[in-house]
Design a protein around this ligand. Structure first.
Ligand code: KMH
Ligand code: ZN
Length: 272
């Protein structure tokens, strides 16, 4: 049986990092576009997109998403996945305002949780509001699963029709307040999936490399990038998003997992 191509998502910036933490952090539309183009050249087919304002602070402003999208589109083809999570505390009305730009994918976080010292609010009302915008614009959601109970919520909201029948899942492991980034947890989560359900794993910090490598061997897909991890190895910052991807592409090659092209990723996710 031919091996399923590996879809690589790159989370190029996130909402939590600053230049004080990571000096080369891409922030402006041009920098974000360059980071995306380099990630795609390295093997990513999905760009998980957060954007920043003129001060480099996280924003969910429509015009900024539009500007970054246009700059990326001018320079490469890829699947754009807008974040609707934003930063902890982003008002609900702002979180989904960019979806009228109709990216191919958008995230949908499936429950509230502690997020480090703060609360990441995703009440059922919040989920329903963002899911309604996703359905209206006919966007494919990626369900962000930070803890096991969020899979139960998924089942319940699927039955209610809140979540469209076609979705991708991202297990985000290792957020303080969420499920730990362990192989046991990844096995437990994936065992609950319906046959044929596509899934990705994201793991925070030092867990990114081992958990994504494990996912490659399990037939899953992977998310890499600075949003989740800024280190190439202990004590050594990654040079770029692309550097993290290049390493995992080498590992995928050794594991005989071909890396999906953008067209292959679209076909596998049902976007084509
Ligand atoms: N920044 C986190 C609080 C998403 O992109 O949808 C939420 C997050 C999830 O990053
Ligand atoms: Zn994100």
């Amino acid at each position: 049986m031919p091996t399923k191509p590996l879809i690589i998502t790159c989370a190029i910036v996130g909402a939590e990092l600053t230049r004080e933490i990571y000096p080369h952090l891409p922030l402006t539309p041009a920098e974000l576009a360059t980071a995306a183009v380099e990630a795609v050249a390295a093997g990513a087919s999905i760009i998980h997109l957060h954007v920043r304002d003129e001060q480099g602070k996280p924003t969910q402003r429509l015009e900024v998403f539009q500007e970054v999208t246009e700059q990326i589109r001018r320079r490469c083809d890829c699947i754009l996945q807008y974040s609707t999570g934003g930063a902890v505390g982003t008002p609900l009305a702002e979180r989904h305002q960019s979806l009228c730009l109709r990216p191919e994918m958008a995230t949908l976080s499936m429950g509230s949780m502690n997020f480090g010292p703060e609360i990441y609010e995703n009440s059922e009302r919040t989920i329903e509001t963002i899911a309604a915008a996703i359905r209206t614009e006919n966007i494919m959601p990626e369900l962000e699963i930070f803890d096991f109970g969020m899979l139960d919520t998924t089942e319940r909201l699927l039955a209610k029709g809140t979540i469209p029948p076609r979705f991708h899942i991202n297990f985000v492991l290792g957020v303080p307040g969420g499920m730990a980034a362990t192989p046991q947890n990844l096995f437990l989560l994936t065992q609950s999936l319906k046959p044929g359900q596509t899934w990705t794993v994201s793991a925070i910090g030092r867990h990114q490399l081992p958990l994504t490598t494990l996912a490659m061997t399990m037939g899953g897909h992977i998310r890499l990038g600075l949003e989740d991890n800024i280190y190439y190895r202990k004590g050594q910052l990654a040079l770029s998003n692309a550097q993290l991807i290049q390493r995992s592409v080498r590992i995928a090659c050794e594991l005989e997992r071909p890396v999906a092209t953008v067209a292959e990723a679209r076909a596998m996710l049902g976007l084509a």
